[in-house]
Ligand binder design. Structure first.
Ligand SMILES: Cc1cc2nc3c(=O)[nH]c(=O)nc-3n(C[C@H](O)[C@H](O)[C@H](O)COP(=O)(O)OP(=O)(O)OC[C@H]3O[C@@H](n4cnc5c(N)ncnc54)[C@H](O)[C@@H]3O)c2cc1C
Ligand code: FES
Ligand code: FES
Length: 466
C-alpha cells in the first residue's frame, strides 16, 4: 500500500491529500526522517512510496503538526490568505515546515526565510486557485525564532535509538496469496545477493519513484516481488575511489548527491536543480535513474562523459561494466538476472576541464527531458583555442543514452570556429536517431540536439549563458 492510501484509509489521517498520485503536485507531501541518511525531516511524496519501504523511518504528517494551536507556518498561511479551496494547502504547509526545519538545523542566524529559497523549495507543490504569491509572502512573514524544531518535538534521541535498533533487523513481508506482493529488505549485502540468487526475477527497488508511478497507473512493469537495499548502511556512502574518481552507493539520494557535489562539480549540482522536485530528490536514487534505463533519464549523459562504471553484484560475485556498455537497447541493460547495482563510479572533472550540462523540457521545473546533453572538454595548451579532448553524450536522441564518438573524434585537436561547428553538426546528425513520442517528434529532437550543440559552442567561445 502506498503511504498516502495507508494514512487516509487505514489511519483516517485525511489531512494528507491525493491529487495526481504521480509525484507531480505535492498535495500528498509528508515529512520523513531516516537515521541511516541523517535524521533530518525532509518532505517526500507519500503517493509514490510504499509503507514497507519506510520501515525504520519516522513520518510526520500535517495532522500531527498542530499542537493545540496552529504552527507559525499554518498561522501565516491563514493570515496571508494563502489558501482557497485548500486542497493543496497541507502539502505547502509540509514543504515549508521542512524548509524551516532545514534552516533551524543548518543556519539559524537569519531571522526569516527568503523568497528565493522558498520558491525553490516549492517547485514540487502546485496550487490551482490561490496562486503562489500569498503563499510565498506567508512563508517570508514567519519569524524563525517562533518555530520549534520537528526533531525536538517528534524525534528525540531515545526514539532515534529505538529506530536504529529496528534498522538492524531484516524485513521480510509476503502476502499469502500466490503471486501476491512481497518485499525483502536485508541488512547485509551478502544476504541481498543470496535473496536475488534464490529469486532472480524479484525487482530491485530504490525509492520506487519510477516503480511507484507504474503501480499507481496499474501498469504491470511495477512488479510485485521486491528486494529493497534500504537497510544496508554501506550503500549510503559517497567516497573517493582511485585517482579523481567518486564512488556513489546504491542508496544515495539525488539530494544527498547534490549537497556532496555542490562545490566539487557545481555544474552537476546546478543541473540537479532541474531534476524532478525536492520531494522526489529527497528519496530518489542516482542508481534508480541509471537502472531505469530510460533514454531520457537526466543523469546518464553526465555519467557517460564522466567515464562512469557500473558496479554489479550477483550470484557469481562482483563485476564492473562501463556505463557506455551497460545500455543494450531500449530499457535493456547488461545487468544479468539476479544482479544488483551496488554503486556507480565516475570521474570528478579536473580544474582544467569544462563541463556543460543542458536539459530541454516543456516547463522548467518538474518535467522530464525531451533532449538532454553533456559536454566535457579539455582545452589544449595555454594560448591555443584547440580542443585537446572532448566527450559528448545526449539523451532523447536514440533508444539509449548515447555517447557521440564520431563527433568527438572530429572535434579533437580543432578550434571550435563556426565552420568546424557546422561540420561537426553534420556528423552529430548522422550519429543520432531520435524517436517521435509525446515529448516531441524526431525532427524536433534533431533541432534540439543541434541547438544544444550550438549553445555549447557559443559558450565555449566566451558567450555567457542566457
Ligand atoms: C514526479 C516525477 C518527476 C521526475 N522527474 C525526473 C527528472 O526530471 N529527470 C529524470 O531523469 N527522472 C525523473 N523522474 C524519474 C525518477 O524519479 C528517477 O529515475 C529516479 O532517479 C529513480 O530513482 P528511484 O530510486 O526512485 O528508482 P526506482 O523507481 O526504485 O527504480 C527505478 C529502476 O531502477 C531499478 N533499480 C533500482 N535500484 C537498483 C539497484 N540497486 N540495482 C539494480 N536495479 C535497480 C529498479 O528495478 C527500476 O527498474 C521523475 C519521477 C517522478 C515521479
Ligand atoms: S498526489 Fe500529487 S504528488 Fe502525490
Ligand atoms: S488553494 Fe486550491 S489548489 Fe491551492
Amino acid at each position: 500500500m502506498m503511504l498516502a492510501d495507508y494514512l487516509r484509509l487505514e489511519r483516517a489521517l485525511t489531512g494528507t491529500k491525493i491529487v495526481c498520485a504521480e509525484g507531480d503536485c505535492g498535495a500528498c507531501s509528508v515529512l520523513r526522517a531516516f537515521p541511516l541518511s541523517g535524521s533530518l525531516f525532509l518532505p517526500i511524496n507519500s503517493c509514490v512510496i510504499r509503507v514497507a519501504q519506510l520501515d525504520g523511518s519516522s513520518i510526520v504528517t500535517v495532522d500531527g503538526l498542530r499542537d493545540g494551536k496552529l504552527t507559525p507556518i499554518q498561522d501565516a498561511i491563514v493570515r496571508c490568505h494563502g489558501s482557497q479551496c485548500g486542497y493543496c494547502t497541507p502539502g505547502f504547509v509540509i514543504t515549508l515546515t521542512g524548509l524551516v526545519e532545514k534552516r533551524l538545523r543548518s543556519d539559524a542566524s537569519r531571522a526569516r526565510l527568503e523568497p528565493k529559497e522558498i520558491k525553490n523549495a516549492l517547485t514540487g507543490n502546485l496550487c490551482r486557485c490561490t496562486g503562489y504569491q500569498p503563499i510565498v509572502e506567508a512563508a517570508v512573514s514567519v519569524p524563525l525564532s517562533e518555530c520549534v524544531s520537528l526533531e525536538e518535538r517528534f524525534f528525540p534521541k531515545t526514539r532515534q535509538t529505538e529506530l536504529r535498533k529496528i534498522l538492524k533487523t531484516p524485513l521480510a513481508l509476503a502476502s499469502p496469496e500466490p503471486g501476491g506482493f512481497s518485499l525483502h529488505a536485508p541488512t547485509r549485502l551478502a544476504d541481498a545477493a543470496r535473496l536475488l540468487a534464490r529469486d532472480p526475477d524479484a525487482r530491485l527497488i530504490g525509492a520506487g519513484t519510477d516503480l511507484g508511478v507504474l503501480h499507481n497507473k496499474g501498469k504491470s512493469g511495477g512488479g510485485t516481488r521486491f528486494v529493497s537495499l534500504h537497510l544496508i548502511p554501506e550503500l549510503y556512502r559517497i567516497r573517493r575511489s582511485g585517482r579523481g574518481r567518486l564512488w556513489v552507493g546504491a542508496r544515495v539520494t539525488l539530494s544527498e548527491l547534490r549537497t556532496a557535489l555542490k562545490n566539487r562539480i557545481p555544474e552537476f549540482a546546478r543541473f540537479l536543480d532541474l531534476f524532478a522536485s525536492p520531494q522526489i530528490k529527497n528519496v530518489a536514487t542516482l542508481i534508480g535513474n541509471v537502472g531505469n534505463a530510460s533514454p531520457i533519464a537526466d543523469t546518464p549523459p553526465f555519467l557517460l562523459v564522466a567515464r562512469a562504471t557500473v558496479r554489479l553484484l550477483g550470484p557469481k560475485g562482483g563485476r564492473s561494466v562501463p556505463l557506455e556498455e551497460f545500455y543494450l537497447g531500449y530499457r535493456q541493460t547488461a545487468a544479468r538476472r539476479g544482479e544488483l547495482i551496488l554503486a556507480i563510479e565516475f570521474d570528478l572533472p579536473s580544474a582544467s576541464e569544462r563541463l556543460a550540462l543542458y536539459k530541454v523540457s516543456q516547463r522548467k521545473d518538474l518535467d522530464i527531458s525531451g533532449v538532454n546533453a553533456a559536454f566535457r572538454v579539455k582545452k589544449g595548451a595555454r594560448g591555443t583555442q584547440a580542443i585537446q579532448e572532448i566527450r559528448i553524450a545526449m539523451g532523447g536522441v536514440a533508444a539509449v543514452p548515447l555517447r557521440l564518438r564520431k563527433t568527438e573524434s572530429f572535434l579533437a585537436g580543432k578550434a571550435l570556429d563556426p565552420e568546424t561547428a557546422r561540420q561537426a553538426l553534420e556528423i552529430l546528425q548522422s550519429e543520432i536517431n531520435p524517436i517521435s513520442d509525446l515529448r516531441g517528434s524526431a525532427a524536433y529532437r534533431r533541432v534540439l540536439a543541434e541547438n544544444l550543440f550550438l549553445r555549447f559552442a557559443r559558450e565555449q567561445s566566451g558567450e555567457s549563458r542566457p
